[in-house]
Design a protein. Structure first.
Lengths: 402, 402
């Protein structure tokens, strides 16, 4: 593939390229690039926004380039302050290890993980062996003012909040990582641009050509808010079921359809334009545009068959207000006394407060009766039809109490 | 000795005590204190100002307390930014080692060095073994704002100068040292107060009672300027000869006599008052006060005989304008062609520019003739009487050129 074609393909979801000339040169040289994909080892929940970067890396993998999946196990012990207004609690090695495994599993939903194009590293490899004097030497390569110029730090200072010194020096560690793994390119969110530019700085200081940095396009959350965040629960996770992905995409504001189709699918750009126009005109046109978007995204992650099935299920559920045809059946050995207990049995990882909220929001029905109170007794029927949330249905088979 | 008496004796040369109640308690408990004496391993040239702290430690050694002489060999590689407006060059391990040896030699001019009351440590002992993650954990105990509150850093920021990150974190390392050696007390210049208070902070955070910190009285340089500095050459070094010590003390401004006698000698306080009054009245009274001060200081470092000899020599040189009786003779194999060459032969470590300056200042005489020009030919006499500077005389025996 010609260098121009590679760059053009990446550009579809690119915000900024730093070092584009170097990148072009290295692509033209025909050597496989080493693409740094650095993550911290906090509990991962990758969403479509993260996957934008992953798909760009995947495209490069398909051309023979190598992703270096760098687990920041050392730096996670430090705590990345990115995007945090408060100092973050430090994780234990066991938590870090578990998170790293979960991360790898999610990443594998997009990236190829065969060793020819995928390498797993941990930054404890170099930091555990690094004498304190050498680390301090790295610190000598960067000034206090450089580090404090990060937007996030300035914002904290303005808000009168503290910056612990381990947070201040975090970018130095992340930057040096680029040198340690000989990164040619890294594809990150714009909130990482500062740290990765420090990577370029360290590579140059230490006599290595600097990595290129691509920041990817940011798309708003499914509620239209700028930031996708766990606390707002306004994103589509890679581990969401096809049903959830489909349903969430059907729920986005009309004006987001174009951006989502552009960034989250590989639909041809003229199709994207047509979808954008249709969504803008509202009504059934908008609904059909969303169906096409949702089908394209589900196809990308789960294949065309899954997309077709979800499209059918969606029609049945929402067009006819009937439950979908493929509801799972759960058998409970002990009949739950209240509806809240029933929901807890169906959602073993959900919190009581979350389930109570579902009930108070009117999102829970049992045998098509809306439940208003968590302490409502569970009907004694042998089989119950339970809806908990807009797209979650169960048949519950409960042992009859004697 | 009663606790009150110990404190009172220290107070003669104390500016501030932090943690005085703790200090009194520990003295009262009768256990030997561990007194941190931390130095960086740059080329030492200890002067009477430094010796104020050393004498306080010596007094405590005489009571059985222990000085922990802590060579900051690791931190010297980092470079202490104290009092420096510019980032300092980093020293090699060989330079550090040589400087440490020289330091120990000078310290031994005041402190007792028998192992019962003197322990030598290097902070590389703990920093070489410290994992990076642990160091970063220390960084988590302190905020960027805390470190930037140092006067010196603020001054640099105001002057638009940079602070490298290794300099910013230097106080963390110096502070942790107090924990590592279990310091009970440290006696420092006020420019170290910030760093040593961080020592208290770390000791407390890590579950240890915090050290007391005494800052000592600062006395001006012999030219009356507030700061004693190498570049101003306005101090009396511990390694200065008795002659130089005596002569420099005779040269101080009258109004400094009281402060010097108070801080640099152990003369009874009523004697100090009398000397202060005499110096203030000027003329011969002032000169006699300085003679007594100079004799007391020389006695402290070199004994009463040396002081008596210098007093006699001083009288002969300055009262009678004659050369002193004990001039060294230097034999030169090759006759120097110019007076500048002659001076270079007598002062092998001095720079040409320094010696030229001496000549231009009128401080050089050969056979009692003042020399005005560095290129003046050296007189051909077999023996020359050379004066280079106010108190430096040589007889020069030169081989006659054939």
């Amino acid at each position: 593939m010609l260098v121009n074609d590679v760059i053009d393909r990446l550009r579809r979801t690119t915000d900024t390229i730093i070092g584009e000339a170097d990148l072009r040169e290295r692509l033209a040289a025909g050597q496989p690039l080493r693409i740094k994909y650095g993550v911290d080892c906090t509990a991962p929940d990758l969403h479509l926004g993260h996957a934008v970067n992953l798909w760009m890396m995947r495209q490069l993998q398909d051309l023979g380039h190598q992703v270096v999946f760098l687990l920041g196990d050392l730096t996670t012990q430090v705590g990345d302050p990115t995007g945090r207004s408060e100092t973050r609690p430090v994780l234990t090695p066991a938590e870090i290890s578990a998170n790293a495994a979960a991360f790898l599993e999610q990443v594998a939903l997009v990236l190829r993980t065969d060793p020819a194009v995928f390498e797993v590293r941990r930054n404890s490899e170099w930091y555990d062996a690094m004498p304190v004097a050498e680390l301090l030497g790295l610190f000598g390569q960067v000034t206090q003012a450089q580090l404090m110029s990060r937007d996030m730090f300035r914002a904290r200072v303005e808000a009168g909040r503290e910056i612990a010194v381990h947070e201040l020096v975090y970018p130095v560690l992340q930057g040096y990582d680029s040198f340690a793994i000989r990164s040619d390119l890294t594809i990150v969110g714009s909130d990482q641009l500062f740290n990765e530019q420090l990577g370029r700085h360290f590579q140059q200081r230490l006599g290595m050509p600097p990595q290129a940095v691509i920041t990817s396009t940011i798309t708003p959350g499914i509620d239209g808010r700028a930031k996708q965040s766990k606390s707002l629960n306004n994103y589509i996770a890679l581990t969401d079921t096809p049903r959830d992905k489909f349903g969430k995409l059907m729920s986005i504001p009309d004006q987001l359809v174009g951006a989502y189709a552009h960034v989250y699918t590989e639909l041809p750009l003229d199709t994207v334009s047509a979808l954008t126009a249709a969504a803008t005109s509202g009504g059934l046109h908008a609904r059909d545009a969303k169906l096409q978007l949702a089908a394209a995204v589900v196809t990308r992650y789960h294949g065309a068959n899954a997309a077709r099935a979800e499209r059918t299920a969606f029609h049945q559920t929402f067009s006819t207000r009937q439950p979908p045809p493929d509801i799972p059946t759960v058998t409970l050995p002990t009949p739950p006394s209240t509806v809240l207990d029933l929901l807890l049995a169906l959602h073993p990882t959900a919190t009581r407060s979350h389930l109570r909220r579902l009930i108070h929001q009117g999102a829970v029905t049992v045998n098509n009766q809306k439940i208003h109170n968590p302490t409502t007794p569970t009907p004694a029927d042998d089989i119950l039809l339970v809806r908990s949330g807009p797209r979650t249905w169960h048949h519950v088979h409960q042992a009859v109490s004697s």
